[in-house]
Design a protein around this ligand. Sequence first.
Ligand SMILES: O=C(O)C[C@H]1C=CC(=O)O1
Length: 96
Amino acid sequence: MLFMVEMDVNIPHDFDPAQADRIKAEEKAYSQTLQASGVWRHIWRKAGLYSNVSIFDVESNAALHDLLIALPLYPFITMTVTPLCRHPSAIHEDDR
Ligand SMILES: O=C(O)C[C@H]1C=CC(=O)O1
């Protein structure tokens, strides 16, 4: 099942910068592990924003939920989740 997830990150200005850097490093490692596994198919920065748009390929809504709430930055992220399905004009076989 494919989902588009838009993540807007908002770390409070008074949050300890060293702690923020540690959480960001954990987030990067977590994200790259999931990308390598194929579950986190795409991640794009929204230009000019501390936001991304990502595509996940997971087995179920519950699997996506578990994956998202485990994000180290989760407490600082506002998310919008959109289920996706294959477009009838798509030409790439993996767009499903
Ligand atoms: O920077 C972000 O967009 C937030 C988050 C998502 C993946 C990652 O490495 O950081």
